[in-house]
Write a protein that binds this ligand. Sequence first.
Ligand SMILES: Nc1ncnc2c1ncn2[C@@H]1O[C@H](COP(=O)(O)OP(=O)(O)OP(=O)(O)O)[C@@H](O)[C@H]1O
Ligand SMILES: [Mg+2]
Length: 261
Amino acid sequence: MLHATNLTLARDGRTILTGITLTAHPEQVTAIIGPNGSGKTTLMAALTGDLPPTIGQITLNGDSIARLSPRHLATRRAVLAQETQVAFPFTVSEILQLGLEAGPGPADPALIPRLLAEVDLSGTAHRPIHALSGGERQRIHFARALAQARRPRSDQGPMWLFLDEPVSSLDIAHQLMVMRRARRFAAEGGGVVAVMHDLNLTAMTADHVILLSEGRLLAAGPPTYVMTDRLLSQAYRCDIRTNRTPTTGPYLLPQMAGAAV
Ligand SMILES: Nc1ncnc2c1ncn2[C@@H]1O[C@H](COP(=O)(O)OP(=O)(O)OP(=O)(O)O)[C@@H](O)[C@H]1O
Ligand SMILES: [Mg+2]
């Protein structure tokens, strides 16, 4: 279980997160949604242990995250950042190798071609990462996180995948592929926390949704509870109308979401 209590986080004298308390469960996909600048990436950085909060506690599988060394953290959670800059001319397989080395226990190199197939990039292992398209690079970094989080559940408890906008550069088929893979990771016992901007994809794939607004938690719960006209319109400051289907839960169509004047 991932548990954060009363998180407040200030940077450069500005308070970015205020009083956030949340829980994310293994075997579930937890989505963090909210407008640009609402604090999603900052919250992720706090939850992954990369940015200590000014006030508040975070526990991951029962242990305070502040007490875990970077090495231990890497064996409990893998992170796909919103933007990943690769400074060196690494090949695709070298990038995945970094994930294998960071994760827990011995790594089977045969995992690399398997993961490349899973992100629909078989045959790219020897290509420089810089020579791939933006969406292809994003899928490689997702595969790197999967390489690190290769065992969704072990004696140490569940492994966690933190994904900050994992589908932002992807076409619709690959968006579904990545979210399906994240769901499978959860079904296999791991925990998934994903920052999302696509509200329809969120409604389809998340078990639990956390809605941020101006650094505060506006609502948390299942998609049907959080993704209402009132809460979404309030958070995003535009007129959002949702509909429902029995199979996909809430959905919204772009022409129904006109900007407020
Ligand atoms: N390093 C920093 N120093 C100071 N302020 C920062 C820093 N990084 C982000 N902020 C501010 O914190 C707020 C939240 O930023 P954050 O990146 O968490 O937003 P976000 O919800 O992820 O937005 P987006 O959807 O655009 O990715 C913004 O107002 C931003 O300007
Ligand atoms: Mg962000």
